[in-house]
Design a protein. Sequence first.
Length: 590
Amino acid sequence: MRQLVTRWGKQMDPKQVRQEYPRPNLVRNSYFNLNGMWDCCISRQRQVETYDRKILVPFSPETCLSGVQRMVMPEDYLHYRREFFWDEASDRGRVLLHFGAVDQECEVSLNGAVIGRHKGGYLPFTFDVTKHVIPGKNVLSLCVVDKTELAPHARGKQKLDKNGGMSSLFYTPCSGIWKTVWMERVPQDYIKDVKFTPYYDEKKIGVTIRTNRGSGEAKLSIALCGTAVYSGMIRTDREEKILLEQVESWSPEHPTLYDVQIGYRQDLVDSYFGMRKYEVRRDKNGILRFYLNNRPFFFQGVLDQGYWPESLLTAPSDEALRYDIEKLKELGFNTIRKHIKIESERFYYHCDKIGMVVWQDMPNGGGDYNMLFVTYLPNLFNWFARGVKDHGYRLFRREDAAGRKQYNRDLAGMIRLLYNYPCIAVWTPFNEGWGQFDAAKATRRIRALDQTRLVNEACGWFDQKGGDIYSIHNYMKKLRIKPQKERVVALTEYGGYAYPAEGHLACEKEFGYRAYRSSAKLTAGYERLCERDIFPNIKRGLSAAIYTQTSDIEEEINGIMTYDRAIVKLGEEQVKRLNRKLYRIFESLT
């Protein structure tokens, strides 16, 4: 594989890597970033005394930016160590240690004492280390195990064994720390989290402030564009509904956000929320459509997998993370389908600020998939896949009961983590049968946790007839749809047109669903696809279209941009014009 590097990777300062505050929805002044150079060792031993290399955290050892560029195998133990100094004089209250994500299982020690363990590679976790941190030098260490597809944990597109058909759909795996590590001081009594639920038609925001001390009172202040709109005391550990005299809606066209400050005893945090409403209802012709803020809305989107050539799952910088969103918005798209990956919270914050709707996938897991069953047959015979029930755990490689329980914990954790970000419109528990099981139960769990968003129960095929969306993946043939009686019709994957931009290819092998040899021919093919498959089907009920994909990734060269983000391969003005035409057609019909 040829090593590509984006401009952000080239400009990165290892002494100032990913320093931005990692949790935009709950911000404190206390922030001690632990990214940077750590000691590292990859060994077959669970205990080590010698660390033989350095690693740049938060980049996985498989990446160029980490400085290691070595694959962690299932039988390996990945060891980390970092020294840091703690100032006793300024130490008050409690000390919390946060990990954005560590893939897949880890044991964490501080000054020789084990402080906790974690399973699952996509979600953050926190330890209270007040009793373990000492004045002066401290030593933080981790022991990580990552078995990728040999364990039932969520893994997304990561794959060790890239042999066999459709192998180009999977990418180099990542191990260990791949999101920011940080610490903060909090008072003895502190705010653990806050939950915002918009009651759009009531002109109210539901606020739930959860503390480490149970019920009490907190001061809540809300401002809009710098002007105070509410200030008062509310009870903690239960939902309080606050009436907003004037509601400013959040939408891609007007991404208006309310600023929030919460004071609880000695603790003070900043946050924000957006007022929006996602739903399904019938348009003036009786066809089921998506609605945003009580108006018909077409989700015109792009499949986005969040991979980078020099850093894989971790964006090389916050600016790089923001660039993809801004470029897609500039091209006229209003939606990103975040494909089987949970991004850093900064991603969703940027979507909130920029005005980009997100469809959020749950990363897939389970055993190594039978690709004949979950990919080849459904692509060829869609009717076959839609008739298969998903409680056959063996067919879907979900025999491991502990793995199924872990999936449900991770699904709930993802929803709790991202609940406050107004950009998220849709939850997708399963994609194309990869580790799918009991999808109807997953939908019920999602609805119990979040009634403000829609559910795409089984994206692509193996339809269990639940959720809000009748999902279609279509790469092979002309599309002709018809309205559904109970769900909105959405083309949740299509296109995937390939163009190998010389000098910007990571692999010799090239994969796409149709190949072109110039930007002009690629753009012409994309325009024909829109005119043939997208525009005519809007009047038949099509209400969302998700094009594959934002950028090339390794062997896949079907991106709108090259893998290194150096070139936009589709003609930008033509894409803008086609998106404007789509919105005009949709508006005229609804």
